[in-house]
Design a protein around this ligand. Structure first.
Ligand code: SAM
Length: 324
């Protein structure tokens, strides 16, 4: 369906857990979210909401978290999500640490694509950023997924002083394997505020300087607003998501469902609709559809990251609680 500004909303990011097995310093650096199952939607509840969303024309879903693969039953959930009428595409974003183990079940479930978050290729630095050793497992997961022929995207957040000397090596993963590598601007959300990111445009300059033959491509390569370069000799493309410095809100096609059942029309704003209460108070499908229509229709025009006068409307939760 269209929102009040005429944007077609056809994509929902669905967080199934706030918990993660890593502690990335700009995302979820230390404490473990409480294991309070009551707060988190059951798979049945999530599927009910996804079925409503599909009825409203949302046909593409990204399963996220926290780390979605650590919630028991994740791959069965994906299988059921894929089978809902109107659902055309289900993809997942993972830190990759257990990807190799879950890959057969993901493929069996009919997953359409896998995004793997990876900020460094150095094992010690991986530990410094994520709090754990495990780079080898992530790389094995990426390789296995690429070999299986499933579309794979590697997402990297460039951070000043942490991985800015590795951007070329990370981009070159698209020459090693048939995967796209995307650089995503750090957003001032949660602990992201404590670090300095690098503008996507600056990363692009670094890549183009090393690879002057790189050319922009208009091919559509996902659900999001990334722009891509094709580089001679590379299997995959290298992409850039300028979430902050080049607002692409006018083309936004997404809403988010947090693991606690809030539908957020925009990452920036703290507001959203509490579908967990609606579900648990016994709302029927008609009532859910009506609340969802209202949420989608009322989607905000644009985000206001780094704008002082909008600060009090900004999201206070961290990315792992929203569903990055
Ligand atoms: N665990 C899954 C994963 O690693 O892909 C899904 C959740 S994780 C929160 C999703 C993505 O959000 C990761 O790529 C992570 O780097 C990114 N992220 C977390 N905090 C961020 C921030 N402040 N700005 C930009 N990206 C962020």
């Amino acid at each position: 369906m269209k929102d009040q500004l005429g944007r077609e909303i056809n994509y929902m990011r669905v967080s199934i857990t706030e918990r993660c097995n890593l502690r990335c310093r700009y995302c979820i650096p230390s404490d473990t979210p409480e294991l309070d199952f009551e707060r988190i939607l059951t798979y049945e509840e999530i599927l009910k909401l996804c079925a409503c969303a599909a009825k409203l024309g949302i046909s593409r879903f990204k399963v996220t978290g926290g780390e979605p693969l650590i919630r028991r039953g994740c791959t069965d959930f994906i299988k059921r999500l894929k089978q809902l009428p109107g659902v055309e595409q289900v993809t997942i974003t993972t830190n990759g640490t257990t990807l190799e183990k879950h890959l057969p079940a993901l493929l069996e479930a009919g997953i359409n694509g896998i995004n793997v978050s990876l900020d460094t290729l150095d094992a010690e630095r991986f530990h410094d950023i994520t709090g754990f050793y495990g780079l080898e497992k992530v790389l094995a997961g990426i390789e296995a997924a690429a070999e299986a022929g499933i579309p794979v995207k590697i997402n990297c957040v460039p951070l000043k002083g942490w991985n800015d000397d590795e951007l070329i090596s990370l981009a070159e993963l698209a020459a090693k394997w048939p995967v796209d590598v995307r650089f995503i601007e750090l957003m001032p959300i949660g602990h992201g505020r404590e670090y300095a990111g690098i503008q996507a445009g600056d990363v692009e300059k670094i890549i183009k300087t090393k690879y002057p033959g790189a050319v922009p491509t208009d091919e559509r390569r996902g659900n999001g607003p990334a722009r891509y370069l094709r580089i001679p000799g590379f299997y995959g493309c290298v992409g850039f998501i300028d979430a902050i410095h080049e607002k692409f809100c006018s083309k936004c096609n997404r809403v988010r469902l947090t693991s606690t059942g809030t539908m957020k029309p925009c990452l920036f704003y703290k507001s959203g609709t509490d579908f967990r209460s609606l579900l648990r108070e016994g709302a029927d499908e008609e009532q859910l559809l009506s609340a969802m229509k209202e949420t989608i229709r009322g989607k905000f025009q644009e985000h206001h990251f780094y704008e002082k006068e909008w600060e009090n409307q900004g999201e206070e939760k961290r990315m792992s609680q929203i569903g990055g």
